[in-house]
Write a protein that binds this ligand. Sequence first.
Ligand SMILES: N[C@@H](CCC(=O)N[C@@H](CS)C(=O)NCC(=O)O)C(=O)O
Length: 206
Amino acid sequence: MLVVHHLNDSRSQRVLWLLEELAIPYDIKHYQRDAVTRLAPPELKAVHPLGKSPVLTDNSLTIIESGAIIEYLLRRHGMGRLRPATASADFEAYNQWMHYAEGSAMLPLLLKLYVGRLGDAGAPLAPRINSEIANHLGYVNQALEGREWLVGDALTGADIQMSFVGEAARELRASYPNIDAWVKRFQARPAYRKALERGGPYSLAA
Ligand SMILES: N[C@@H](CCC(=O)N[C@@H](CS)C(=O)NCC(=O)O)C(=O)O
């Protein structure tokens, strides 16, 4: 049985969304962030030593990293859905977004969150962080120009992996109209709504 170890207000929401898109059975084990520190509870470390979410368990197998989990689910359970054929040009774009989300785009967004907590002490870093955010979100916004989805003409796992970046971007209240339209588009999908019902409240507001 597939089990998603799901932390509230976290990246594991996108794993629930994927499972709903694929309409395959799964269970959720819920974990709550500490109200003050916003860190995961220690019980997550019993599932994986890093104590981060998402974690997917499939009987004796334990997988971390959203991108690896999404790839695993699509390869094992996708039956060709939501993933371009590996020999196609679209696959290279898909693969790029799968790595780019956590490998590049999230870094300046996370730096803004953490450095922001330093108050005035973090001020010297703000211009560089803000220009990198503009660099990355400008790139994503441009990539979505004239298109509904990041790869080809239909939803793929790349949109699901990149969704956390899009949702975090919207919290900045900056003007990225193509990102805004794309986020609204995927949040309106029945599978996304169903994942919210099963996962519980989800907010990235700081
Ligand atoms: N790159 C990892 C990031 C995992 C991660 O940092 N998850 C956060 C939630 S969004 C977490 O578990 N934070 C709680 C903590 O660090 O205590 C992935 O995409 O799965």
